[in-house]
Design a protein. Structure first.
Ligand SMILES: [Cu+2]
Length: 314
């Protein structure tokens, strides 16, 4: 197929997906509309955006239509003579009232969305997110009413993207792929794993400068500010991998601190969490110590290896 043919196919696919309302959870090249998202709440900003866009389009057509009619139908070459009057109270009342009513309707709809967004009550899980130059830290605070201890990790740009981005690396960004999807600069070494069908509260802050945690599929972004704790929530409906990026200019590597959220079924999440908790447990001291008496003439290297293990326990 010719490149023209491929381009047409791509456009048809783009338009079909746009109007079919296909959930584009992750941004795609050439995407026109924002994603409907994959959470209980994310259709809210999608709907608000569509309403506001519709209002803008209607206003645009009316204003530009009237302007072009005035310019072409009443032009000087057709013998049009300008009226001499100025001010028309009726017209002024009309063109003040209509925009005010439109703004009131938009504000009413947006306030409803913001109110539900701000309500983190009834969360079944809490994750603390901390932004750093230039990576994210995730700490699991509680799950189903029980505190989660020692489950936290840094999540930073994956090695493949990092090597490719180096100046004169000679590596092709288009070759950075996961399951056929180009993940150049939007993949991490360790994703945030969360369960689906669970109201998750995020508490968001930063350790150095202002960052912003943004995953389009969740329908919101929120600033991560040092010294301030912001809160937000989500309830993901479908399992999947949802990608995002830091959305606040935070320094030279601002473009290199992606976000990956991996939403999995509850059972799978609980298994993952249990494994993480187990890995965080201090290793029993008996294990490395056991073979020591067998070789009574312990080699110096063994003794040296044992020393740091003991000092860790202290
Ligand atoms: Cu940042």
């Amino acid at each position: 197929m010719t490149s023209g043919g491929i381009r047409i196919k791509a456009w048809v696919a783009t338009i079909c997906a746009l109007f079919a309302g296909a959930a584009w959870s992750n941004p795609e090249p050439g995407q026109l509309n924002m994603t409907r998202g994959v959470t209980e709440w994310s259709s809210e900003p999608y709907f608000l955006n569509n309403v506001a866009l519709g209002v803008c389009v209607v206003i645009g057509i009316v204003v530009f239509g009237a302007m072009f009619v005035a310019m072409f139908r009443f032009r000087k070459s057709r013998g049009a003579v300008a009226e001499k009057w100025s001010h028309n109270t009726t017209l002024e009342v009309v063109w003040t009232t209509i925009p005010v009513l439109i703004l009131i309707v938009l504000a009413y709809l947006a306030t409803g969305g913001l109110k539900t967004f701000a309500d983190t009550t009834g969360s079944q899980m809490t994750v603390k997110i901390t932004g750093y130059q230039w990576k994210w830290r995730y700490d699991y605070v509680d799950y189903q009413g029980k505190p989660v201890e020692k489950v936290g990790f840094m999540s930073k740009l994956d090695r493949e993207s990092d090597e490719t981005r180096q100046l004169k690396s000679g590596l092709d960004p288009n070759a950075v792929k996961v399951d056929g999807y180009n993940t150049y600069l939007i993949n991490v070494d360790e994703p945030l794993v969360v369960p689906v069908g669970t109201k998750i509260r995020f508490v968001i802050t930063a350790g150095d400068v202002i960052h912003s945690w943004w995953v389009p599929a969740l329908g919101w972004k929120i600033d991560a500010i040092p010294g301030i704790v912001n809160a937000a929530w989500t309830n993901i409906k479908e399992p999947g991998v949802y990608r995002g990026q830091c959305a606040e200019l935070c320094g030279q590597d601002h473009g290199f601190m992606p976000i990956v959220v991996k939403a999995v079924p509850k059972a799978e999440f609980e298994q993952w969490l249990a494994q993480k908790q187990q890995a965080a447990q201090p290793q029993p001291a008996a294990q490395p110590a056991a073979p020591a008496p067998a070789s009574s003439a312990a080699a110096p290297s063994t003794a040296q290896a044992a020393a740091p293990a003991n000092s860790h326990q202290g």
